[in-house]
Design a protein around this ligand. Structure first.
Ligand SMILES: CC(C)(COP(=O)(O)OP(=O)(O)OC[C@H]1O[C@@H](n2cnc3c(N)ncnc32)[C@H](O)[C@@H]1OP(=O)(O)O)[C@@H](O)C(=O)NCCC(=O)NCCS
Length: 173
């Protein structure tokens, strides 16, 4: 993987980030310890943490947070202000009052399948798989696996209907 040339000023890309070819990065991005595939576009104010992986030809909208343990496969769309989670029972301190450290909790992984789309403002709880070519509605809270090729929405997200395959085919017939 080649070294990036961020298109915008004020982007922080740590030396351990593995960037593919022709990755477009906008301003105020914070990337560390992650992997980004070829031709992926990353909007402003996005943070992608260590041990997260974003595939090729994927689009990440501004203000989205992709945490450790998240894998987003190729050709996905992630809208604005989407939040991923990796700890179902978060805490700042341990039961005996120590400041919590890395060994005191474990990352629960999440996978987003190829060509899935996630609407703006969605929250994706950890441990779920969003199937290939699925679409998550804006503002949804995903608490369970999303079957491939379905549209889900709401809190908790529930299946609305099937998602037709192919770009631009989402509108109901
Ligand atoms: C989920 C979505 C694809 C559904 O589109 P659709 O299939 O055309 O569905 P409709 O608008 O006909 O709505 C069907 C029902 O689902 C509800 N619904 C639609 N989107 C919803 C959402 N995001 N959250 C909760 N309910 C939703 C509607 O209120 C309607 O309910 P009703 O039958 O009780 O009236 C669309 O609403 C959506 O959220 N798209 C994501 C947009 C986005 O974030 N784009 C990214 C950046 S621009």
């Amino acid at each position: 993987m080649s070294r990036p040339r961020p298109k915008a000023e004020f982007a922080r890309i740590a030396p351990d980030v593995k960037l593919g070819r022709d990755v477009a990065i906008h301003g105020f991005v914070n990337l560390y310890g992650c992997e980004i595939g070829d031709q992926t576009r990353i909007g402003a104010f996005v943070e992608i943490q260590k041990n997260a992986r974003v595939g090729s030809r994927t689009k990440i909208g501004s203000h989205t947070f992709i945490c450790e343990g998240v894998t987003i496969e190729d050709e996905c769309f992630v809208g604005h202000h989407v939040v991923f989670v990796n700890d179902p029972y978060p805490a700042a301190v341990t039961p005996d009052g120590r400041v919590q450290e890395a060994g005191d909790w474990r990352v629960v992984a999440t996978r987003v399948g190829r060509r899935a789309s996630i609407g703006s403002g969605a929250v994706i709880l950890c441990g779920v798989t969003i199937g290939e070519n699925a679409l998550v509605g804006a503002g949804s809270v995903v608490t369970r696996d999303v079957p491939p090729g379905t549209i889900v929405a709401g809190n908790p997200a529930a299946v609305l209907r099937a998602r037709p395959p192919g770009p631009g085919a989402d509108a109901p017939g």
